[in-house]
Design a protein around this ligand. Sequence first.
Ligand SMILES: Nc1ncnc2c1ncn2[C@@H]1O[C@H](COP(=O)(O)OP(=O)(O)OP(=O)(O)O)[C@@H](O)[C@H]1O
Ligand SMILES: [Mg+2]
Length: 504
Amino acid sequence: MISPADREKALIWLKNRRETVNPAFFPLLFDSRRYLVLKGGGGSGKSVFAGRLVLERVTSEKGHRWLVTRKVARTLRESCFAQLRSQAAALFPGRVKSVGESEMKIRFDNGGEILFAGLDDVEKLKSIFDVTGVWVEEATEISEADFNQLDIRLRTDFPYPLQMILTFNPTCSTHWLKRRFFDAPDPRAAVSETTYRDNRFLSREAVETLESFKNTDEYYYTVYCLGQWGTTGKTVFNGPALRERLDELTRKEKTDPPPRGFFECGNDKTRIDAFSFVGEAGGPVTLFFRPEAGKRYYIGADTAGEGSDWFCAQVLDEGGRQAATLRTRNDEETFTRQLYCLGRTYNSALIALEVNFSTYPVRLLESLGYREQYVREVADTFEHRIRRSFGFRTDSTTRPLILSTLIAGLRENVSLLNDPVTIGEALTFVRNEKLRPEAEKGAHDDTVMALAIAFFLLPGKGKARKRPADKSRWTKRMREDWAGADAEGRRMLEEKWSGFPRGG
Ligand SMILES: Nc1ncnc2c1ncn2[C@@H]1O[C@H](COP(=O)(O)OP(=O)(O)OP(=O)(O)O)[C@@H](O)[C@H]1O
Ligand SMILES: [Mg+2]
């Protein structure tokens, strides 16, 4: 039982923190995950909060040796060292025992220490051992190898959580920090995304400066005002409109995140009798809109292959509104089973799966009994006939066609998009030096390609066609060929007839 005096003390502590810490950062005071990843626009309060957290922990937990670092030692003195000295004096008066001016070190009355060293000061870094916490200021300046070295050093025996705080502006969408902490969620990391709007202590003048970038510099506006990953190339889509939409969605995400999770569909590999949606933070499936009875939905899917290990699917309603997404790095089978459930959930949506790298998903969907698949026409070179196959093939004819359909569709209305990942990939979808639209080096385009395929299916957009019920079943002739073929021959036939159901 807590005593009334202790309770009173705790309440005062809490009240003080609520008053002096911005609400966006407040929960992180109690987060014990290893990495606190503070991405944000200019003046969002990241550095002040990081300093605050370091001080909270060093003063309340005995025996800390907290390393504060950034790329260059020289800049560290004017920034973090100066900030922490004045923050400590203001917020924890009487707790500082001494300040080592030349060596840059702050000692506390409980034996704790905050040490400062630039990554360029190799000799000094070597002499700092047994660190119990690290704050990397302007973390985009350091390399992934630097980060890994620091991570390895943070492995001492200590009764309290060892933490690494990273503060930075999202300078570049192909930065390793994005790949490491944002492209796929890391359960050991707490990720925070803030802008100047999250900092209630920022001066009016600073706000005006940040907002004025809108009219002066698109890159600065993106990175420092909106707090979004900066891009170097120019997107083939409407960049400013996409950024505004992303900003809107990022804010909505904080107060009203869409349901995320996966479909639980049993372990029987050959069939799915029943399935249900299970909520899970960071899950592969996001539902923006629930299916409406009687409405038709369209799914485009891009499978992992050359240069990408992501599988993506986009669900659109008839008007092109993004209703749900599926995005996973799992194997083809898991992806296809999730896709099956997604399609069924959206009123047995028409699915167009890309078959460039593998026809397995198309065949698996079929064998699970999913009939609503897109059918493409292929000229049969042997028999001079048109044959029909399940799935979408992206090639030199279809690729420009689906992309131009998408570009035109989004020019009319970017608010069809509801998924921040898709918008992020659209923003890095640029024209290369040969003017071919593609993902910027180091960026992904899987969600964009899946979206382009889905868009193409929409009524009046591409030439969506469902497989006519029985026409593409094996003919008598095909069955004879199959019967007469050896194993190698059957493998070839299977490839040639991919998507044709054998029954009938
Ligand atoms: N908790 C706070 N209490 C009082 N003032 C604050 C607080 N947080 C931020 N500020 C004010 O807001 C300013 C900007 O905050 P801070 O330097 O932490 O932003 P930042 O996100 O690190 O910005 P940048 O990306 O430009 O480095 C500070 O200089 C300070 O004046
Ligand atoms: Mg800062």
